[in-house]
Design a protein around this ligand. Structure first.
Ligand SMILES: [Zn+2]
Length: 323
């Protein structure tokens, strides 16, 4: 019986959704609805964590196992959770694509099941749906959300808007027309507010903000060149992830502290660290600038495969370091 349900679920996904392309928002939302039926070994539930300026819903998919046991091989009194977001920046199309691929991986594969046994997963495939819809239909390289400052200047860079050392003078901008506009104040935006609420509500052990591009795993701090107290641990797990990604297809990934080249204020990964999430990262997917944000669709699957390998290696490292 279980197998029949599994196959039925798999077929539904196969017919309904094409992982080889960058899907429009309506297709993505239809696909996400499948995860609310809660069938199969890996349980899943869809929640709306907030609304945007244009009144779109921000969806989150929760993945968990039926029994609330301690996580597989990870030690700890209770099962911990991991938060993953995609599409913070509208134009990072490979980021949305990866989170959707990874949802399917968690739900339908044995390796995915092991990851869900270790941790509960909270995944936000499209954190900035207004921006994604706009980028898809009008301006492919749009980065910000769509909250207007005035008639001509629209949008805030969400990854400058979080409340840890929010500072437009530090890698952001006070100019609402600028691509890196930090917003009028910390957490001024509905999208960053929605994620903050989630970060504070749940005791997450890890956070991955999936972005592009650069083939890079980076970790706090970003706002200062100073290291976090547990830098060596964060670095170790970033290195493990980057090495695993590189092994898959020979495409080289690296890792470092976010601020190694220049400092940036108001980052989501810095806020996550300050909020008590021990293992927060920004993961920059392919490529290194050849196509940049316009990564061709024929590279989607390979990027998703190597990044899945990276996340598995990262989970194993986090588990080992939790002991
Ligand atoms: Zn980005």
């Amino acid at each position: 019986m279980n197998q029949i349900i599994f196959v039925a679920f798999f077929l539904q996904i196969c017919f309904a959704f094409d992982f080889n392309k960058y899907n429009a928002l309506d297709k993505i939302e239809k696909y996400l609805a499948i995860f609310n039926r809660n069938q199969g070994t890996v349980k899943s539930k869809v929640e709306i964590i907030g609304k945007t300026f244009e009144e779109r819903s921000i969806y989150m998919v929760k993945m968990f196992t039926k029994r609330k046991t301690r996580c597989g091989s990870c030690k700890g009194k209770s099962k911990k959770a991991i938060l993953v977001d995609g599409g913070m920046h509208a134009r990072d199309f490979i980021s949305h694509a990866f989170v959707l691929y990874f949802l399917n991986f968690l739900k339908t594969t044995q390796a995915g099941f092991y990851l869900v046994k270790k941790f509960d997963w909270y995944l936000i495939p499209v954190l900035n749906p207004d921006g994604y819809e706009y980028a898809n239909n009008f301006e492919r390289l749009w980065r910000k959300n769509r909250n207007p400052f005035n008639e001509t200047c629209i949008g805030t860079d969400l990854n400058r808007n979080y409340g840890m050392q929010w500072d437009p003078e530090n890698g952001g901008s006070r100019n609402p027309c600028n691509e890196f506009y930090s917003g009028p104040f910390r957490f001024s935006e509905l999208e960053s507010q929605a994620e903050r609420k989630l970060m504070l509500k749940k005791a997450f052990i890890g956070y991955l903000s999936i972005q592009s591009f650069g083939q890079l795993w980076i970790y706090p701090w970003g706002f200062t060149k100073d290291p976090v107290p547990d830098k060596s641990t964060l670095d170790k797990c970033a290195k493990a992830a980057a090495a695993a990604a590189t092994t898959r297809h020979g495409v080289v990934y690296n890792s470092r502290q976010t601020s190694e080249r220049s400092t940036l204020g108001g980052l989501s990964s810095d806020y996550a660290k300050a909020a008590g999430i021990r293992f927060p990262y920004e993961v920059l997917l392919r490529d290194k600038g050849t196509f940049g944000h316009l990564l061709p669709e024929d590279q989607i699957i390979a990027t998703c495969e190597e990044t899945t390998d990276a996340v598995i290696a990262w989970v194993n490292c986090v588990c080992a370091e939790m002991m």
